[in-house]
Design a binder for this molecule. Structure first.
Ligand SMILES: [Zn+2]
Ligand SMILES: [Zn+2]
Length: 678
């Protein structure tokens, strides 16, 4: 049996954060690696979603073309997924010629099958820019909360049925007030597809997770209406009908078709994997905000085209929260994938912890302390130490594995081994990936316990114990491969083992390393070493939501900065630039108060540099560190000065010897002025 696995297409107007990774890419990768380990034929596809107004808006702000923006962020996403060892068979893009053709073909099938209608409607139009203003091209006041909202949605969660709902609308490009003008669009009549959708969702109740089923049902109970699938834009896939030359498909119509195009990109054959008679099972991994699109609109496209089978499993994931809040690009909180790269910890260390907090059944919360504790106790203490102990002992005592003579204890442990492996397979197969990881960890404890109980250093003939222990280590590496693939690959390479498969364990006497297996003469490494605490970050307090207007500003800032290239070159450098670290610590956003006491911060930093992990970085002499901090403080101080009323500035003696002293005074004065005003 074949498995076609997809992870949600990342929208490429920004850098990915750990929420993106954990919310679809990583679980999809774990599941596809596991499926390959089962011996199944697997195709794991993904690619970037490159149309829609957020991209064109970002492009205008960056002074680039939409294509250039997509190129930058597509490469950025690909580089980061590579770093995390995501084993896509293809990571393609929706701007490819192939995707255009497949989207147009599918649309024409739907059109031919009479699922579409044409409607004339009113829309905002900017007379200055001479264009319609769909989705994010128009902003105004939210009809729900009164805050700043975009033409398609508001940060308060309100989804606008049409941009015309906006109060006090303005064009995002020239800020002028738009007029209302008629335009025609193609609508897909989803109500015609309600019955087959209900049947399909009902048939999947047992396989899908409860969250996915409940969201799909809620949509179906409300009843489906027709929705527009075209837009008045030039960035997108052209609608292949006369009279629609200036229109493109709505990004939500074309993006999921990417799954099909990417299959074609990967293997050049769609029918085998997605045709109505294909024996492949299709699994979509995605975040919960994407569930309606994947349980209602996407299957509708497939049904209406009449050419493709429906997906078998929609794996809707909840959110990874950060400090109790959803990780958010626009709010700038959360951990970005780039931060993981910069941490200098191996990707496996990140993957291991993230696998343990996958939001497969409800939201989970990131915790720095938990990350540290889990890594040191489980990955290092339980797993890494086991390999070091067993393999160094084996190397000292044997050259070739013997034919084992199993005693009662050995047999008892081997029974437990079989039980745990089949438990693991059941859990992983039903996408209970966290449970699968737990079972693998239990397996590591079993192997440790066996080695301890048999105490081969005291045995007269310890060859059987070594035989069993080495094999338990190899079994464990196979179970852990979906979570920490780099480690397993290194181990198999070190021991000269060919890729093993789970299916072989159907024979309970199966061992990866058979009698006569040569014990490596290579150096046995400590695969993982103890982790040091992550540098302190500003964790936003839960519940403190910024006002909608501020939010919009933050987002603009994020989108404008063309950081991608800089970071790429930074990442290539082997050592971390300590400057950026210091900046992070000394300058927490909006916490001006801390700047008054920079001395303490410097001390802390210097202390931490002595820690074992940081020893690899060439420590800068104290003086230099101080200078850097000073510079930063100066820079910030300038900003602060701007906000102070002119009168105050004149009175402050800026050219004193001790800059810090004057800064203290300055802050005091500002406080005084503020008090007086009150
Ligand atoms: Zn609102
Ligand atoms: Zn305009």
């Amino acid at each position: 049996m074949k498995r076609l696995i997809t992870s949600a297409l990342p929208y490429v107007n920004n850098k990915p954060h750990l929420g993106n990774l954990v919310g679809s890419v990583l679980p999809a990768d774990i599941f596809s690696r596991f499926s390959r380990n089962q011996g199944k034929k697997v195709l794991f596809v993904c690619g970037s979603d490159e149309y829609g107004t957020p991209i064109t808006v970002t492009a205008k702000k960056m002074g680039k073309t939409p294509k250039e923006v997509c190129d930058i962020f597509h490469d950025e996403h690909r580089r980061l997924y590579d770093w995390f060892n995501i084993g896509f068979d293809v990571f393609s893009r929706t701007t490819s010629e192939n995707h255009h053709k497949i989207t147009q073909d599918i649309f024409l099938e739907i059109y031919k099958n009479n699922y579409t209608t044409e409607k004339t409607e009113e829309a905002f139009y900017c007379e200055k820019d001479k264009m319609y203003l769909p989705d994010r091209y128009v902003e105004g006041k939210c009809p729900e909360c009164g805050g700043l909202a975009r033409g398609d949605q508001c940060d308060c969660g309100y989804v606008l049925k049409t941009p015309l709902e906006l109060k006090e609308p303005y064009c995002v490009f020239c800020k002028s007030k738009p007029i209302v003008k008629e335009t025609k669009h193609i609508y897909l009549d989803y109500s015609k597809l309600e019955l087959p959708l209900i049947k399909w969702v009902n048939s999947k109740e047992k396989d899908w997770n409860p969250l996915t089923v409940s969201i799909a049902r809620a949509w179906l109970e409300k009843g489906l209406k027709s929705r527009s699938i075209t837009r008045d834009l030039d960035w997108g896939i052209k609608v292949p009908l006369p009279g629609y030359e200036n229109k493109v498909f709505y990004v939500w119509f074309d993006a999921p078709i990417g799954y099909i195009s990417f299959v074609n990109d990967a293997v050049g054959n769609i029918t085998d994997w997605w045709g109505k008679k294909s024996d492949a099972k299709i699994f979509h991994f995605l975040g919960k905000d994407n569930i309606p699109f994947h349980t209602i609109f996407w299957p509708s496209t497939l049904l209406a085209s009449g050419k493709y089978k429906l997906p078998d499993n929609i794996v809707g994931l909840s959110y990874l929260n950060f400090g109790g809040q959803k990780v958010s690009k626009s709010l700038g909180h959360g951990i970005f994938c780039e931060d993981a790269v910069k941490s200098r910890l191996p990707a496996d260390v990140w993957r291991f912890y993230l696998s343990n907090i996958l939001p497969l059944a409800g939201d989970t919360d990131w915790s720095d302390d938990d990350f540290l504790q889990f890594t040191n106790s489980t990955l290092v203490g339980n797993i890494s130490n086991l390999y070091y102990r067993v393999l160094t002992f084996a190397q000292k005592n044997l050259e070739l594995l013997p034919r084992p003579t199993l005693d009662a204890i050995d047999k008892d442990y081997l029974t437990k081994r079989s039980e745990l492996i089949s438990k693991y397979e059941r859990e992983m197969d039903s996408i209970k990936l966290k449970e699968g990881l737990k079972t693998a960890i239990e397996f590591a404890s079993l192997a440790n316990k066996y080695f301890q109980e048999k105490a081969p250093w005291q045995e007269k003939d310890n060859t059987t114990t070594i035989y069993v222990s080495v094999n338990l280590c190899l079994d464990l590496a196979l179970l852990l491969e979906p979570f920490i693939p780099d480690f397993s690959q290194k181990l198999f390479n070190l021991l000269g083992v060919e890729r093993p498969y789970l299916i072989n364990y159907l024979d309970i006497n199966y061992f990866i390393a058979k009698p006569g297996f040569p014990i490596t003469k290579g150096k046995i490494p400590m695969f993982f070493t103890r982790m040091e605490p992550l540098p302190a970050r500003v964790v936003p307090k839960p519940g403190k939501k910024e006002a909608p207007k501020k939010v919009a500003k933050v987002e603009v800032k994020n989108e404008v900065k063309p950081k991608a290239k800089k970071q790429q070159s930074k990442a290539k450098k082997k050592t971390l630039a300590p400057k950026s670290k210091i900046k992070k610590k000394v300058m927490p956003k909006k916490k001006v108060k801390k700047i008054v006491k920079p001395k303490k911060v410097v001390k802390k930093l210097v202390k931490k540099k002595k820690g074992p992990v940081r020893q690899k970085i060439k420590p800068k002499p104290k003086k230099v560190v101080k200078k850097v901090v000073k510079k930063k403080v100066k820079a910030k101080a300038k900003k602060t000065v701007k906000k102070i009323p002119k009168k105050t500035i004149k009175k402050v003696p800026l050219k004193k010897k001790s800059f810090l002293k004057s800064l203290k005074k300055l802050v005091k004065k500002v406080k005084m002025v503020k008090k007086k005003k009150k």
